[in-house]
Design a protein around this ligand. Structure first.
Ligand SMILES: N[C@@H](CCC(=O)N[C@@H](CS)C(=O)NCC(=O)O)C(=O)O
Length: 193
């Protein structure tokens, strides 16, 4: 039996959506979720008499997963609003949002920010006056975080260094919106290729 649960990791991750946003999962709790049990929030968009939602609630209780609920009134067609469909194009319940990625990014970048405050000064690199491996690792991590709509204003030094690095050739060449297989709709037009 296929559960067809609509799972969204960390709210509304942005493109490439097929990669990040939702998964058709076999019945049961996916392995990934088992790993996250103690640190993450599971937010179920539910309707009281939905059998599909009931399955999730049963499974969550069996596994001891606390659920946060938002109720979607199918009778009032709340599942067909544009706002709801943006995060769940299937326009149905259940929708399960697993708020772990954003928190992980936030924690990681806050830690990095405190290192930058000590080591980067006003410069545009993570360490000292030139590139290091830290910069090579930082930019892809920030790119991923932005897909999950992380607000970089919470880490101003990370933001400054990220934006400066993104202006440089090697980082433009590696930009995910600038690859040979990047779908047209995600491409940036003004980058070097
Ligand atoms: N394959 C999904 C189907 C989800 C589904 O059909 N949900 C129903 C409620 S049980 C729904 O939202 N129906 C609203 C509609 O189709 O307009 C699952 O089994 O979870």
């Amino acid at each position: 039996m296929i559960l067809g649960l609509w799972i969204i990791f960390s709210g509304n991750p942005q493109p490439p959506s097929t990669f990040y946003s939702a998964h058709r999962t076999p019945v049961g709790i996916p392995t990934k979720i088992k790993i996250m049990l103690h640190t993450e929030t599971f937010h179920l968009y539910s309707y009281y008499c939905s059998s599909c939602c009931q399955r999730i609630i049963i499974a969550a209780h069996l596994k001891g997963i606390p659920l946060k609920f938002t109720y979607i009134d199918l009778g009032a067609r709340a599942h067909t609003t544009e706002e709801y469909k943006q995060s769940n194009p299937s326009a149905s319940v259940p929708k399960l949002v697993v708020d772990f990625v954003k928190q992980a990014f936030t924690d990681g970048f806050r830690a990095y920010e405190s290192l930058l405050i000590k080591q980067a000064g006003e410069g545009n690199f993570s360490f000292g006056g030139s590139f290091s491996m830290a910069d090579v690792v930082l930019v892809p991590a920030v790119d991923q975080a932005l897909m999950y709509r992380l607000d970089l204003d919470i880490v101003p030094n990370v933001k400054r260094i990220y934006l400066a690095l993104k202006e440089l050739g090697p980082f433009k060449a590696a930009d995910w919106r600038n690859q040979g297989d990047t779908p047209e709709k995600f491409r940036i037009q003004d980058s070097c290729r």
